[in-house]
Ligand binder design. Structure first.
Ligand code: FES
Length: 101
């Protein structure tokens, strides 16, 4: 059975920003796009840059290392389509933000 785990609270991430959380041993970049939350693997598939520390503009995060851009709603890389980051299902339960294990 699928299990959701609390990783943050709604007030932890302001609209237009992101945060790095952990899901078990996995680092996850969690973003607030106009009140909708999206989660992708924190490690950039190019050279492991921390996507959770990237700049978010709309639904696009820019990797802080070499500026590759990723759509946080799909995990698609807009700079090099060969790259894609893993996505995680997000659920909001009251004030809690949960990710599916
Ligand atoms: S490590 Fe992210 S673009 Fe190079």
């Amino acid at each position: 059975m699928s299990e959701f785990v609390k990783v943050a609270r709604v007030g932890d991430i302001q609209p237009g920003s992101g945060k790095t959380v952990t899901l078990g041993a996995t680092p996850v970049a969690l973003f607030n796009v106009d009140g909708q939350y999206y989660a992708i693997h924190n490690n950039c598939p190019h050279e492991d840059g921390p996507l959770g520390e990237g700049t978010l503009c709309g639904c696009v995060v820019t990797c802080p290392v070499h500026a590759y851009e990723f759509d946080v709603t799909s995990g698609a890389c807009l700079t090099e389509p060969v790259y894609r980051v893993e996505q995680f299902e997000v659920r909001v339960d009251g004030e809690d933000i949960l990710l599916r294990l």
